[in-house]
Design a protein around this ligand. Structure first.
Ligand SMILES: Nc1ncnc2c1ncn2[C@@H]1O[C@H](COP(=O)(O)OP(=O)(O)OP(=O)(O)O)[C@@H](O)[C@H]1O
Ligand SMILES: [Mg+2]
Length: 265
């Protein structure tokens, strides 16, 4: 068993809100992630997935507890991580290649080798012909792929992905699932993905941390073993269906699914 690369310990986050009661976003969240592991935070809207991810990224400070990445306490945004958000957040006046290079420019002078690596990454997600295109010339899925390349170009050991396919159609989303799975696994990345899609979590993850809201907490830690993650066909397998049943049953038992469950509180 290798040592954890990410440790989330007793993490509690309360957001203070002016003139209103403080919002308890997540409470007592504990988990470790080992190097090379792909984990998903899965749960309905408002259960605190982004809060946990942002605490790992150093963008939000915990109220209680702590996060460690590679043995170091997270206190501010770390440059050694790769982060991609729901919105691709590309610079309109930069081409795809220059948007990817931005990640490296922020870290200092860039080299021709790094530019070659940026090109290689873009090519690996089918964007060679769009290296010199501007964001407004790209589809939503293409922009997400550029953002993914930007998150990976500095070769971070850890990738944090917050619903990076949230706004996409299912075909583009399926394609991106395949891209991420291949890119992350071939490079041995440690990935924390936020999603509210049960099939997406199963297809991509070695482990799924199931979260429920009010207050947000992790209620289950499920290990996923699938024969083949290189093809979406695995979604038709008996093992896949059994994970789906297990997860939907869990959300039902937690009162997240069912008649009007989302509106009960
Ligand atoms: N900056 C903030 N100030 C006050 N409350 C916040 C803030 N950010 C999040 N919250 C509250 O914390 C809770 C968890 O929010 P969070 O964004 O982490 O959930 P989420 O699981 O990512 O939801 P979604 O799937 O809709 O993105 C919610 O009740 C939300 O209203
Ligand atoms: Mg969120």
């Amino acid at each position: 068993m290798s040592a954890a690369i990410i440790r989330v310990s007793d993490l509690t986050k309360k957001y203070s809100r002016a003139a209103r009661e403080d919002a308890l976003a997540v409470t007592e969240v504990n988990f470790d992630v080992v190097p090379g592991e792909f984990i998903s935070l899965l749960g309905p809207s408002g259960c605190g997935k982004s809060t946990v991810l942002n605490c790992i990224a150093g963008l939000v400070a915990p109220t209680q507890g702590y996060v460690e990445v590679a043995g170091e306490r997270v206190k501010s945004p770390s440059k050694s991580l790769g982060v991609a958000f729901q919105e691709p957040l590309l610079m309109d006046w930069r081409t795809s290649l220059d948007n990817v290079m931005l990640q490296l420019e922020m870290r200092g002078k860039t080299t021709p080798e790094q530019k070659a690596e940026a090109r290689r990454l873009l090519a690996s997600v089918g964007l060679s012909a769009f290296e010199n295109a501007y964001p407004w010339q790209l589809s939503g899925g293409m922009k997400q792929r550029v953002a993914l390349c930007r998150a990976m170009v500095h070769d971070p050991a850890v990738l944090l992905l917050d619903e990076p396919f949230g706004a996409l159609d299912v075909f583009t989303r399926d394609q991106l699932n395949l891209d991420i799975s291949r890119l992350a696994r071939s490079a041995g990345k440690t990935v924390v993905l936020v999603t509210h899609s049960v099939p997406e979590a199963i297809f991509l993850s070695d482990r799924i941390l199931v979260m429920t809201p009010r207050p947000g907490k992790v209620v289950e830690d499920i290990r996923v073993t699938l024969d083949d993650r290189t093809s979406l066909d695995v979604r038709g397998s008996a093992a896949f269906a059994s994970y789906e049943r297990q997860l939907y049953a869990l959300f039902e038992a937690e009162g997240v699914l069912g008649n009007q469950a989302m509106y009960r509180h």
